[in-house]
Structure formats: C-alpha cells, structure tokens
Design a protein around this ligand. Structure first.
Ligand code: GN1
Ligand code: MG
Length: 352
C-alpha cells in the first residue's frame, strides 16, 4: 500500500515528500488515508468508490466548487484555512488523478489539531455541531445548485429506498429473512409516516436548497477545545431539503452509543442533545426557515433514523454489497441499533 500511495501522492502538486501513511477508517464507502510528510502540511488522500458513485468527476467538481464558494465568502476571516476544506490540484491542474483500475483519487489539505466524535458526550458539542452544520447551509444558501450534479440520484428519497428494500426481499436468503423478521414488521408499521416529508418536498411545500446530505457528527471537525471547526466529507453535496441535514446529524448526535453498538441497552435518544443541536442550528439558520420547515424538524429526526435503518437492513438482505462490514451481522446490527434509537425517540416525542 505504501508504494501505491506514494506514487499517487507524487501526481499531486505539493512542496513536500511522503514519509508515512495512516488509514482513516471511519467511512463506510471510500478509502481514506492521512499522508504524513517531511514538512507540513499533511494531506488526506482519498480513493472515491466508483461502484457507489457513478459520476466521480461530477462528484469531485461539486465538492471543489462548494469549497471554493465558501472560501471566497470567508476569505477575510482569520483561520479560513481551518474552517473550509481545501483541495489540492494534480501536477496537470486537475482536481483528481485517475489511477490504474479506474480508480479516482482526490486530495485535501489536512487540518491540524482537530478532533472528530463518533458519539457525543456533552451538550456543548451538540450545540457546536448545530452551529457548524447550520453555518454550512447558510453559506451555501445562495449557491447556484444548477451547476451541481446529483451524485446519487434519489439519495434520500423514501420511495426509492422502499423500492430497493422490496427488491432485496425478493433476493434475500431464507436465513436472512428469518433473522430480520421483527425488523420487517417495524418497517411496515412506519411506512406511511415516513413518506410525509417526501410528499411535502414533491408538492413544493418545502423548498430545495444545497444540502450536505451526510451530516453525521463524525463529519464535523472540532478544535481541541471542542469548538466547531469545519464540515468535512462533502461527497454528497447536492440539492435537498433542510430536513436531511438536520435529521442525519440528530441521528448520530442524540444516539448515546455508536451506530453499530450491539448492546442495545446502551442505545437511547438523548433529548438534551436534540435541544442543544437545534439551538445552534437555528441560531445560524432559523431566520431563513419557513414555519413549515421548522415544524417538521422533529419528523426529520425520525425520518432520517428510519431511512438509515432501512438502508442497513436492505444491504443485509442483499448479502452486504454496499456498506463496508467488519463481521457477518454488521449491517443487521446497525439496523437494529437504528430501530432501537427510533423507538427511544418515539417514547419521548413530546419533548421535541
Ligand atoms: C455512508 O461512508 P460514509 O460514512 O461517509 C453513507 C451515508 C450513511 C452513512 C452511515 C454515499 O457514509 O449515507 O449515512 O454511511 N454514504 C453513502 O454511517 O451511501
Ligand atoms: Mg460520506
């Protein structure tokens, strides 16, 4: 791996040399490496999964455009290099390098002295996360979305996710269907309600805007004092509704355990973190949201937890072909975890 990464690193423009690498393994789709160099800055080199993302040049163009747009808006602020992702160019001036086996690589400047959280243990972090993702949406609110490609069409479209689920039911082994029987019942129970946001979007009652679409809390960098620093992993930036970003962040911030924790006694929904996140988010964005958008934020939390539960379950039924897994039941464990989180939310729904 070292020589391969070294060769790819040498395709990009930089004034330093490769010393060593570390895999950053928290994502479920791409392969990501920290490149340690003889002279700083360090870099983050990433192979984009072209099985999942059908138009990788389009994806890279999206994220570079959005970063450039935010850099321009924040150019007079101190620290701008630490608060917006910056992409390196190849020696031929491109934003990605296409290596052997159709592999696409892109590279970012590493942001020093930053931390990420897989789970949140403090309302202050939830609040900071809310401000950070809220600010991201404010900065991109006047970006011309027609220049963005839809990296994964219908990414958060509930009907599309249901049709994938129904296809998976047809090909699943009897063993996996039996294992998942209790979850299949839960899917059926929630089906109606889980389409409400989509209908509001389709009727034009909720406006489209540029959204991040993968706002799990591990996609937020914090400084060493846990102040929000920078939104990362902008692979799925494309038009969406505010509820996608609010709900997916809540899904991970309010879970008292990691999304794949197997001990479900540890999984519950923390309403204090919900309130702290919503406060930060609305401080940055509140003035621009319609009453209908605000009214539906609690439903966004439910819907995004559900859609992830459904997608993990679908991948389990398909025999684990989409998400990276570390062991045989990883996907169904993730799905059970999300259903437990959803049940805990529902039990406290009036609090939200
Ligand atoms: C995937 O690879 P990663 O961690 O950035 C997935 C998200 C899910 C997430 C669940 C392109 O994101 O939609 O919310 O796993 N990304 C894609 O942890 O499917
Ligand atoms: Mg992602």
């Amino acid at each position: 791996m070292k020589t391969q990464l070294e060769t790819i690193f040498s395709q990009f423009e930089h004034n330093t040399s490769f010393v060593s690498y570390k895999e950053l393994a928290s994502g479920h789709i791409n392969d990501t490496y920290l490149i340690e160099t003889s002279e700083k800055p360090y870099f983050v080199l990433q192979r984009i999964n072209h099985g999942v993302f059908k138009d990788v040049p389009g994806l890279i163009s999206n994220k570079v455009q959005v970063s450039d747009y935010m850099l321009e808006k924040k150019k007079d602020q101190p620290n701008v290099d630490r608060t917006v992702l910056r992409f390196a160019k190849t020696k031929t001036g491109a934003s990605y390098y296409k290596g052997p086996q159709e592999n696409f690589w892109n590279m970012m400047y590493f942001i020093e002295d930053s931390v990420t959280h897989e789970t949140v243990t403090d309302a202050e972090i939830a609040y900071e996360g809310g401000k950070l993702f809220g600010e991201f949406l404010t900065l991109t609110s006047d970006f011309d979305a027609s220049t963005l490609c839809e990296v994964i069409p219908k990414f958060h479209d509930m009907s599309f996710r249901f049709s994938q689920f129904e296809d998976a039911l047809k090909v699943a082994s009897q063993e996996r269907l039996t294992q998942a029987a209790d979850l299949l019942e839960k899917v059926a129970e929630l089906k109606e309600e889980m389409h409400i946001l989509q209908r509001l979007k389709e009727n034009g009652q909720i406006p489209l805007r540029v959204t991040h679409n993968d706002t799990k809390i591990s996609n937020a960098l914090f400084d060493t004092n846990n102040k929000g620093l920078c939104v990362i992993d902008t692979d799925t930036v494309m038009p969406g509704i505010v509820h996608y970003d609010f709900g997916d962040a809540i899904r991970t911030i309010c879970n008292t355990a990691a999304e794949d924790e197997q001990d479900l006694n540890k999984v519950s929904f923390n309403t204090d973190y919900y309130k702290a996140y919503a406060k930060g988010f609305l401080e940055k964005l509140g003035g621009t949201l319609t009453p209908l958008e605000i009214e539906n934020l609690p439903l966004a939390a439910k819907t995004m937890i559900f859609i992830m539960a459904l997608r993990f379950l679908t991948d389990f039924l398909n025999g684990d072909i989409y998400y990276k897994t570390n062991y045989a039941n990883h996907n169904i464990d993730r799905s059970r975890n999300q259903f437990k989180l959803l049940a805990s939310l529902i039990a406290q729904e009036t609090e939200l």
